[in-house]
Write a protein of this length. Structure first.
Length: 203
C-alpha cells in the first residue's frame, strides 16, 4: 500500500501511523526501524528520507494522535445534544482503545527528549481544553461550581507525570489508572445530575 502513495506528505503520514500503532502495541524500544520497513513493505532508506530517527517518528505519531483527538472533541462541541453525554460516548471508545496499549509504550515516552519537549509545548493547550470541558459541564449543571478547576487540572497533570516517572505502569495498566484516578476524579466533580448520566456508562 505504501508504494502506491505518490505524495511525500501522504507517505509520511502513512508511515507515522503504522509506526505509532506498532509503538503502542509493542512499546517504543521494542520496535526496530528494520521491523517498520519490513511491515510497511518499503526500504529503511525511504523511512530515513522522511524521518531523522525513531524519535521523530514517535513525535509525528503523537501529533497525529493529538490532531485526531482535537477533531473528535471539536465534533462533540458542535453537536446539538448534551455535551457531557457526547463526551462520555467518545471517552468510552477511547478507553477501549487504550486497553490495547502496551504499558511499555507509556514508560518509554519519558526516555525521549523530543517527546518531552512536545508534551511541554502542548501543556497549555491541554490545560485550556480541559478547563473548557469542565466549564461546559458547569454550565450544563453536570459539574459542581465550587471547585477550582485550574488547580484540579494542574494537580492531575503533576500526579500523572509523577506516576510515569516512578515506573508505576510496570505494575498496573493504564485502564487501572483510569478507573482508580481519572474516573474517581470525574465522579467527584459531578453533580447529582451529572452522576445520573455518568452511571449510564461502563468503563
Amino acid at each position: 500500500m505504501a508504494k502506491e502513495l505518490k505524495d511525500n506528505a501522504d507517505l509520511k503520514r502513512y508511515i507515522a501511523l503504522f509506526a505509532f500503532n506498532e509503538f503502542k502495541r509493542k512499546g517504543v524500544k521494542a520496535v526496530k526501524m528494520d521491523d517498520l520497513a519490513s511491515g510497511l513493505g518499503i526500504s529503511k532508506r525511504t523511512i530515513y528520507e522522511l524521518f531523522e530517527d525513531k524519535e521523530e517518528l514517535l513525535v509525528e505519531g503523537l501529533k497525529n494522535d493529538a490532531e485526531n483527538t482535537r477533531k473528535a472533541l471539536s465534533d462533540i462541541v458542535n453537536e446539538d445534544k448534551s455535551f457531557f453525554e457526547s463526551f462520555l460516548k467518545w471517552l468510552s471508545v477511547s478507553i477501549s482503545q487504550i486497553r490495547g496499549i502496551n504499558c511499555n509504550f507509556l514508560l518509554d515516552l519519558s526516555h525521549y527528549q523530543k517527546v518531552q519537549e512536545y508534551f511541554n509545548q502542548q501543556k497549555n493547550e491541554r490545560h485550556e481544553n480541559a478547563k473548557y470541558f469542565m466549564e461546559r459541564g458547569v454550565a450544563e449543571g453536570v459539574f459542581r461550581e465550587d471547585i477550582d478547576y485550574d488547580l484540579l487540572i494542574t494537580t492531575h497533570d503533576m500526579l500523572k507525570e509523577a506516576l510515569v516517572n516512578s515506573n508505576v505502569f510496570n505494575e498496573i495498566s493504564y485502564n487501572v489508572f483510569f478507573k482508580s484516578v481519572q474516573l474517581v476524579t470525574l465522579r467527584g466533580i459531578c453533580t447529582e445530575e451529572g452522576l445520573k448520566i455518568l452511571n449510564k456508562y461502563e468503563f
